[in-house]
Ligand binder design. Structure first.
Ligand SMILES: Nc1ncnc2c1ncn2[C@@H]1O[C@H](COP(=O)(O)OP(=O)(O)OP(=O)(O)O)[C@@H](O)[C@H]1O
Ligand SMILES: [Mg+2]
Length: 312
């Protein structure tokens, strides 16, 4: 079943087109990434799908509800982590959670207490529940903001740049939490990010947008295949000297080459995957032993940068 369906969404601000004809859908239980450079229209899209900003044209259906006609219902079934979430610094974590739980209509005290405990535990904040949030670190605040977004057990979670400004460990914690949410609770997540590492590790599919326009929707794996140029291989050899490097450089299929003489390693960019056997043959004919040949996958980052270059 589809959790989100956006159809020809457009948003203009005084004639400036921030989002242009955006159509995509997100399946239930999927982590769907919205990727694009600064100003691409990610936050504007999330705000439209949150029923906080009305589309100039087009429509979107979230959890079966139209963002325009059933705005209140949409807001009930979504949880949102905004770009700069505001928490009450003078209140403790527990008080913040209680405040937002009540605001979201979690009125039954035992349900509320149970949910708050469960979430603060999940985010490893239970022991710090009585600290004032003003004294929290950025990573702790971000975790609390995500916990808050989940307080009413939303069907769909939107996260706008959840790991921005966080150190590698906190970023990983948040990625792990997102994985746990989808795996154990089948949570649907729409994630906006420019951290390609996050998108690569987490997303089932990503939509790349630039200047408000959709560029492509694909799995991270497909993107790497489609936009990674040629094939990169690492070759471990039994010996490596300057003559051998020159010989490999002269091979017609070799686009680029770096040699590490100490470790007897060659990193070779080939025109395509099909060129690998001819490279190995040439090395064997030269009389050098090939210890191993390892294909290096193009990262999503390389694919993304290449795609953005094409778009310029
Ligand atoms: N309320 C607004 N009034 C005028 N222009 C706006 C408004 N909100 C967004 N924009 C413009 O729309 C464009 C898209 O902005 P948006 O915040 O959606 O980008 P983004 O992809 O989230 O960028 P970032 O990665 O920097 O967060 C930008 O050019 C921005 O200036
Ligand atoms: Mg943004």
């Amino acid at each position: 079943m589809k959790s989100i369906e956006a159809c020809d969404l457009v948003r203009t601000f005084n004639g400036f087109i921030a989002v242009e004809n955006l159509s995509f859908s997100v399946e239930e239980g999927e982590i769907f990434g919205l990727l694009g450079p600064n100003g691409a229209g990610k936050t504007t899209t999330i705000r439209m799908l949150s029923a906080l900003l009305s589309p100039s044209s087009g429509r979107a259906v979230v959890g079966g509800y139209d963002v325009h006609e059933d705005a209140l219902k949409v807001r009930e079934i979504i949880g949102v982590l905004t770009e700069s979430p505001s928490l009450y610094g003078r209140l403790t974590a527990l008080e913040n959670m209680e405040f937002f739980a009540k605001a979201y209509g979690v009125t039954n005290k035992s349900t509320r207490d149970g949910k708050i405990h469960e979430l603060l535990d999940l985010f490893q904040l239970w022991d710090r529940r009585d600290d004032h949030v003003g004294q929290y670190s950025k990573g702790m605040r971000q975790k609390l903001a995500i916990a808050r977004a989940l307080i009413h057990s939303p069907e769909i979670l939107y996260m706008d740049e959840p790991t921005s400004g966080l150190d590698p460990k906190s970023s990983k914690d948040i990625r792990d939490l997102m994985e746990e949410l989808t795996e154990n609770q089948h949570q649907t997540i729409l994630l906006s990010t420019h951290r390609l590492e996050d998108a690569e590790k987490l997303c089932d599919r990503v939509l790349i947008i630039n200047k408000g326009r959709p560029i492509t929707v694909a799995t991270p794996g497909d993107l790497r295949k489609r936009f990674g140029s040629g094939q990169e291989v690492q070759v471990g050899l039994t010996q490596l000297d300057e003559d051998l490097v020159d010989m490999v450089k002269m091979l017609p299929s070799v686009v680029n080459l770096t040699a590490n003489k100490d470790d007897k390693l060659l990193s070779v960019s080939l025109g395509s995957e099909k060129d690998t056997p001819s490279l190995v043959r040439a090395l064997v004919e030269y009389g050098v032993g090939v210890r191993y040949v390892k294909p290096i996958e193009t990262s999503l980052e390389e694919a993304y940068l290449e795609l953005m270059e094409e778009e310029q």
